[in-house]
Design a protein around this ligand. Sequence first.
Ligand code: NOJ
Ligand code: CA
Length: 703
Amino acid sequence: MRLFIVSITIIFSIFIGNSQELKSPNGALIMRFSLEANGMPTYNLSYKSKPVIKSSRLGFLLKDDEKSLMNDFTISNTETSSFDETWEPVWGEQKEIRNHYNELAVTLTQNETERKVLVCFRLFNDGLGFRYEFPAQENLVYFVIKEEKTQFAMTGDHTAFWIPGDYDTQEYDYTESKLSEIRKRFDSALTGNASQKQFSKTGVQTALMMKTDDGLYINLHEAALIDYSCMHLNLDDKNFIFESHLTPDAIGDKGYMQAPCKTPWRTVIVSDDARDILASKITLNLNDPCVIEDTSWIKPVKYVGVWWEMITGRSSWAYTDDLPAVQLGKTDFSKVEPNGKHAANTAHVMEYIDFAAKHGFDGVLVEGWNEGWEDWFGKSKDYVFDFVTPYPDFDVEEIHEYAKSNGVKMIMHHETSGSIRNYERHIDKAYQFMKDNGYDAVKSGYVGNILPRGEHHYSQWIVNHYQYAIAKAADYQVMVNAHEAVRPTGICRTYPNLIGNESARGTEFQAFGGSKPNHVTLLPFTRLIGGPMDYTPGIFEMEISKLNPNNHSHVNSTIANQLALYVTMYSPLQMAADLPENYNRFLDAFQFIKDVAIDWDEGIYLEAEPGRYITVARKEKGANKWFIGNVNGVDARTSNIKLDFLEAGKKYKATIYADAKDAHYKTNPQAYTIKTKKVSSKSKLSQLSVPGGGYAVSIEEIK
Ligand code: NOJ
Ligand code: CA
């Protein structure tokens, strides 16, 4: 319910001269908006009387407009309101989400030009969101943003968990350092990623997680990135001031605007308890409610796939290795012999369908099913993928029938190869092809440099493309899981058919040289702030050379840690990514992946420290079953939790999948124990997690 309580305005908003104060509903956060003497707008933020953001500038540089929108403003209007509603997501970490904030909207008029900008602040109990709005007006209609100049002035040399500012990829390991050390650590933070374009040696991406020396946790990100460029942050490392840095387009412009219009929300989540950062729902709350009327076709998905065998190099996506002799539409593939390791063939896909059906999975993803992979690898980019032409050994109809008769859904794969216009040209036919052949979810991918040339993965133009693909998919009742797209900003509230994204370093990197063992203790504090990730957990064989003798990568995780990820990495889309043959070796551990829920009534973060550990308990939607996940960083640690979230007076059976005492992510990753015990709301659990380890628990009521 929208509630405007004008009469209590004075309680949370005090206007003094050119400055106005806004309080969060519980009073712990205070935001002060001020105009400097030269008419420059600024804001600051405090939490429990401690400064979080020092006085920070707001404004824009406009192209071909010297005056820009930086100063010479007067406050022409202010409005305050209060809002409190509870809404139900289609899928989510919890059944109900409370959206409760106080709002201050300041209209600024630039004296000389009479141009108007409205800055809207929403203060929640767990943080601040603010955005710029450009109302319809005579003197500001079409304009081009040269740079957004929003500042986030930090109070000191905080510890940050960061990845380099890059216009094209987020697939980095996180670096932990003081803000003052980012410059020094920047080049080594790039290791392992070849094709990035960084804008500065102190540029970082959001969501950026920080911790102050006196124990405040601060997270900077954005919400509702629609028709605008993705924001990175550039640090002035003498004064510890971050400033927005928007992703440019091919000619360096940062945003094409037409009033009335608005920017995404800039968000500052803050608490003295790290668990509150993980539990925050600010990003979702700042997005518009769901626009899809009938959402009955949107369903969480647990899936397996013809995938890890290609990622590890054991099998191939391409049908043939004869490069570059073939070209889409010009090659008669029925006359070409397959290379003997093309995994997406009918017989092999059926094995996966059998496995999925036997173990109760909803879907099977198949990559490498369609013509074009040879051309892509051969770099004749203009001819790649039409998304409807299967290789001759992939029988679409037979597979459809077989999957259907086994109660399994096929999951489509569209690798766009970054060729955006090519994908848009084919997208209607491609989605229709899916509907005709029993697919209701697609994994799309944007690998490689973007075509047209010079565009980046995160500019306004391509942000609009990702949005177009999601909205169009909704028209066809198709669920989307986009890889290499811009990192999410809570848009899944508005379009819940966006059930997953990658946009971070996923499990695939464990086969490309490995990821840091504490990576998964950071993703929920960073990438997941914007929405769920298709992280593709569940790897049981850590020596990749056992799958492909030429690949010496090592998965830096224990099996118990892999199980915990199904709980700690919240997502309505969860893959069991390893090969069936590896699951068959460890069926007792695999049982947890089969049992774990993917949609929830509630979640309780029990322990959390970025880069060190996360422990969360979640209650399955509509059932009296709980699942607990704990992931651990590089130091062994004993986790101590209370099960007081269980219903008092009831008895439960807990099955605990834990690291064996001598387990270790590097030297002994497959050593685990499985124990069952009776528990109640009075029980406590004390559990060792080894380096790169963790534990997973399923708890079921005994009736
Ligand atoms: C990169 C994606 O992250 C991966 O999951 C996919 O298999 C390949 N691109 C091929 O499309
Ligand atoms: Ca990827």
